[in-house]
Design a protein around this ligand. Structure first.
Ligand code: URA
Length: 245
């Protein structure tokens, strides 16, 4: 492959940035300074170094992030901090993006990758990739709410949400210390409409106070990841996502 492509894939920047680094004689190939981006290298056997540091070729990167509230699921934003800004400098690459969106105030599992094909497959509506959420709901979720979710709901704007599985985890009765009735739930949805979980509860005249994604396809949020932390996905996790997509 071309040296400039190799360097870009190794995370040194765009082709233009790579060209500048080459011009500065910072890149060696098998011990010799190489300034020509068109120079051919073998990604498996050629020793390429940048500023004396060996570079290895990796095309795709996959991370699991426990998204905190307050950040937007985007790569750039004029007002807010974005989820890719949580990547440490050594992991940051300009082509990494979040797979699908969690709202600014939603927490939990978000995949960050530069694998455009996987990102596309996981978010394609017709693939019906399951998503599981935990939520704290203002008010009492009942068997009737569960039945309405199971039947599929018409949202306030007339759109139809496909059937979803709703489970009650805990009901908070109003007491001296607990002023309002509230319910902890888990919900599994099979599509990814804008603000879907919040809008499904709005359709049954209820309000989501807190929302966290627990699972996407077979991929569970790692319980050891603190809010704002991320880790590389294992090969098995990447494969299971690919099989789901
Ligand atoms: N549903 C929502 O309403 N918000 C999210 O962030 C994800 C699902």
């Amino acid at each position: 492959m071309r040296l400039d492509k190799f360097l870009a894939e190794a995370g040194l920047g765009s082709r233009t940035e790579v060209k500048k680094l080459l011009a500065k004689s910072l890149v060696t190939v098998d011990g010799t300074v190489q300034k020509d981006g068109k120079f051919q290298v073998d990604k498996n056997s050629t020793a390429v170094k940048f500023d004396g540091r060996p570079l290895s070729y990796q095309e795709f990167y996959y991370y699991m992030l426990n998204k905190p509230a307050g950040l937007v699921s985007a790569t750039k934003d004029n007002l807010d901090k974005t989820v890719v800004e949580l990547l440490r400098p050594e992991d940051f690459r300009a082509d990494i993006f979040p797979v699908g969106r969690l709202d600014k105030n939603t927490e939990g599992l978000l995949i960050l990758t530069n694998d455009g094909a996987l990102g596309h497959d996981l978010t394609q509506p017709k693939k019906h990739v399951e998503k599981e959420y935990f939520a704290h709901i203002d008010g009492r979720v009942t068997e009737e709410t569960i039945a309405r979710f199971a039947a599929g709901l018409t949202l306030k704007n007339g759109e139809v949400a496909r059937p979803a599985e709703l489970f009650i985890e805990k009901i908070y009765e109003n007491t001296d210390t607990q002023l309002r009735i509230a319910t902890d739930i888990r919900v599994i949805i099979h599509e990814g409409k804008f603000h879907q979980v919040k809008r499904m509860f709005e359709a049954v005249e209820m309000y989501v106070l807190y929302l966290k994604r627990l699972r996407m396809g077979h991929l569970q949020l790692d319980k050891n990841l603190k809010l704002g932390d991320y880790r590389t996905l294992t090969e098995e996790e990447v494969e299971s996502l690919k099989n789901k997509a």
